[in-house]
Design a protein around this ligand. Structure first.
Ligand code: PEP
Ligand code: MN
Length: 344
């Protein structure tokens, strides 16, 4: 008698072990499935598929288990298989989808200069309803003697400030070793114009963001043709991150010999890029290089169909440590916000 009990207990233990292992395997595969859905920007939930699974299993188990029981355990298994899926993935997917489907404004100083500066600027932007807070911390400056950015400390100030105001942070990476210096806490990574053909950096960013699908804003090299720009985006996407946002920011043409504009605004390229699947934003600040042209250029970009704008703002523009000439106070972007809101 005791022998029988022990024998059956052993059998049950074996079955339970197999169930637990299979549930673990089921969850692992579900997580993989969710990752590929996110990578391909497909909806994660599929209720029809869950219903089909349950009704197939109910038929299979019709002689042993009641339909209610099958439905009950499978609803818990679905829940268990999906949960703990990286919050990071869900969040990054949400950010990219938002940018794809809305006219966004990304704004903030050219450089993070102090906690007070980024906090004051962010609070003014938040007041205007801006969701994306930019701030450079590793600055690619023409002169080595110019302010080079606050580096790691700046990223900390930017990410904590963005979190404080419920905004998403955006900052530029200029070299792969900086990934370990706080970029994990930054929501969107920017690759600047000067690095748009730094293929090793493009690949490194693609690799670094492949797992999380963290959105990457790729700025057009100011000498680049459109096919070259799209190839740069391919460098990132080929490493596994499809969440790339293209940013037009002005190109250098013969006009710069005498033009008032720092670069020639590449507004026509908005139309040219419209046929491809990646979102396209326009940067009127760097294109113009002058505060007095930023808003009208932003309006022009929206009229041309830009998916959003990235604009440099500073709580004290005239004191900005970089790009002061093109910097405007947050309140100055109000007409652009009104324009976007009027259309949506
Ligand atoms: C920036 O956005 O701060 C910047 C440096 O822009 P760009 O790379 O387009 O010059
Ligand atoms: Mn700048």
């Amino acid at each position: 008698m005791a022998d029988d009990i022990n024998k059956n207990r052993k059998k049950i233990d074996k079955i339970d072990k197999a169930i637990i292992e299979l549930l673990g395997e089921r969850k692992r595969i579900t997580q993989e499935l969710i990752s590929s859905k996110i990578e391909n920007h497909l909806p994660v939930e599929d209720l029809q598929r869950e219903n089909d699974i349950i009704s197939n299993l109910q038929s299979l188990a019709k002689n042993t288990l009641t339909p209610e029981f099958v439905s009950k355990i499978y609803n818990s298994i679905f829940k268990f298989s999906k949960e703990n899926h990286s919050d990071e993935l869900a969040k990054t997917n949400e950010i990219f989808e938002y940018i794809k489907n809305n006219k966004v404004i990304i704004s903030g100083p050219c450089s993070v200069e102090s906690l007070e500066q980024i906090d004051t600027t962010a609070s003014q932007l938040k007041e205007l309803g801006i969701k994306f807070l930019r701030g450079g911390c590793f600055k690619p400056r023409t002169s080595p003697n110019s302010f080079q950015g606050m580096g790691e400390k700046g990223l900390e100030y930017l990410s904590t400030t963005a979190k404080k105001y419920g905004m998403y942070s955006v900052s530029e990476v200029t070299a792969a070793h900086q990934f370990d210096m706080g970029f994990d806490n930054i929501d969107i990574i920017q690759i600047g114009s000067r690095n748009a053909m730094n293929f090793e950096l493009l690949k490194a960013v693609g690799k670094y963001t492949a797992k999380t699908q963290k959105p990457v804003i790729l700025k057009r090299g100011f000498w680049m043709t459109i096919p070259e720009f799209l190839s740069a985006a391919d460098y990132i996407m080929n490493e596994g991150n499809k969440s790339v946002i293209l940013c037009l920011r002005g190109i250098r043409t013969f006009e710069q010999i005498s033009s008032k504009f720092r670069f020639t605004p590449d507004l026509a390229s908005i139309i040219e890029l419209k046929g491809q699947p990646l979102p396209v934003v326009f940067d009127p600040s760097h294109s113009a290089g002058d505060a007095k042209y930023v808003v009208s250029l932003g309006e022009a970009a929206l009229a041309m169909g830009a998916g959003g704008l990235t604009i440099e703002t500073h709580c004290l523009p005239e004191c900005a440590l970089s790009d002061a000439k093109q910097c405007i106070p947050p309140s100055a972007i109000k007409p652009l916000i009104d324009k976007i809101n009027a259309k949506s």
